[in-house]
Design a protein around this ligand. Sequence first.
Ligand code: ATP
Ligand code: MG
Length: 234
Amino acid sequence: MDLRCKLYQSMTLNKDKQEQVFEENRKAQRAGESYRLGIMGGTFDPVHYGHLAVAETVYWKMDLGSVMFVPSRQPPHKKERWISPVEHRYQMTLLATASNPHFWVSRQEIERSGYSYAIDTVREVKRIFGPHLEAYFIVGTDALLDLLSWKDIVELIDLCFFIVASRPGYDFIEARPNHLFSDRGEKIKTVEVPSLAISSTDIRERVIRGKPIRYLLPEAVEQYIWSSQLYSAV
Ligand code: ATP
Ligand code: MG
């Protein structure tokens, strides 16, 4: 199947999955239960198997209904470096998640102007799905290093469960801001994920240097990178 067909198919599938999540949330609400939604934020420049393994492991360990991938329009912590246009990153995330029935992609941060703050995303999720929704905000251990600079971090942790996935090269104990964890430890959970030392930075550098990226990310995403000439022209 050519890439354009794959993209079209991924978009259609994504719409169906999104509608199903809304329906399951309504059903849970009627039954007086909470729908458990994973929120996997990221720049996804490009999305790779590290992201997918984290989302799948957390989905399974936390018994989630689905995981929503949220490509960030303008990550506040990446002001200094050039990032690919968000529509490219959105389309790659669609391609990467299409074959997984409990993964879907949200345009929430894409449609919002200005910097993409996690707190705004979680607040919006609660507004759309209702206050009974249980949100599980997923990050890798490296994200803990600058956690204290996140907008309204205390309120964010009050609003959701904060799931910290292991990431090769980062130590949970060293990275965590202690006072936040001692006050709100019950809202923060660590999840051990099979170690994949893959990063988008490394993939972008590989493309620039002509090194292989095969098996680091889904084939369709690799195809997308070649056909859109991403990274190589930087
Ligand atoms: P970059 O190198 O451009 O920062 P990245 O590989 O870190 O890219 P991001 O889009 O920044 O990818 O990451 C989104 C989220 O996924 C972050 O919370 C990050 O910690 C987590 N993550 C990314 N790669 C891995 C990995 N290999 N293992 C565990 N967590 C990961
Ligand atoms: Mg990163």
